[in-house]
Design a protein around this ligand. Structure first.
Ligand code: HEM
Length: 176
């Protein structure tokens, strides 16, 4: 049975954007002074492949899957939805996101030797992804759309943005 898309409730849309805004403000407060200080001495350069090669394989897998996930996610957003191309690209994106979130469970550092707050996003991702796929298979398209968009925004903007904070590995790979 074909589903009728329901309207997105303004309150939940507002809550989503409030979360993104809060993360952006927290990031700016946390990293703002460092970014300004480092911007004066750092410059963008080709990726430091020697530094990348020196990382544990789980971090290498995490970075490659995450970057591919962000790139493919951007393409999927611009594709027509529901056809074979969307479904194939969507499955590849889902696998990339599972690898990104799954591999992150084996990475620690920000919070010493234990999981940090970002691992909450990993857990949320690993639970939400199967639920979003299930919704699509049941033709609950609006639920599927909102869950996938939320995962992409959360992954690409929040976890991705935070990965480029000065001092973290992505920063050192490109600006260090
Ligand atoms: C563009 C996207 C992403 C990039 C480039 C990226 C990159 C990285 C890198 C390089 C690390 C190693 C630690 C360090 O930075 O020093 C890391 C750690 C981590 N990433 Fe990502 N990541 C991305 C997306 C994600 C996503 C989508 C998730 C979750 C669903 C995630 C969860 C984590 C977690 C939990 C850690 C461990 C943090 C800790 O040390 O406690 N990342 N990421």
């Amino acid at each position: 049975m074909a589903a009728t898309p329901s309207r997105i409730r303004p309150a939940s849309r507002l809550a989503g954007w409030a979360l993104v805004a809060a993360a952006a403000i927290a990031l700016a407060l946390y990293a703002g002074p460092q970014i300004i200080a480092l911007a004066k001495t750092s410059r963008l350069h080709a990726p430091d492949l020697a530094l990348f090669a020196a990382q544990p394989w789980v971090i290498q897998v995490h970075i490659l899957a995450a970057l591919a996930m962000v790139a493919l996610g951007g393409i999927i957003l611009s594709l027509r939805k529901g056809d074979r191309l969307h479904r194939t690209a969507g499955w590849i994106w889902t696998i990339l996101m599972m690898i990104t979130a799954g591999s992150s469970l084996f990475i620690v550092g920000i919070n010493g030797d234990v999981w940090s707050l970002i691992h909450l996003l990993s857990g949320w991702t690993l639970v939400s992804l199967p639920a979003a796929i299930y919704a699509a298979r049941k033709h609950r398209i609006e639920i599927h759309r909102r869950a996938m968009t939320g995962l992409f925004v959360g992954g690409a903007l929040i976890a991705g943005g935070f990965a480029f904070v000065p001092g973290r590995l992505m920063w050192r790979l490109l600006f260090g």
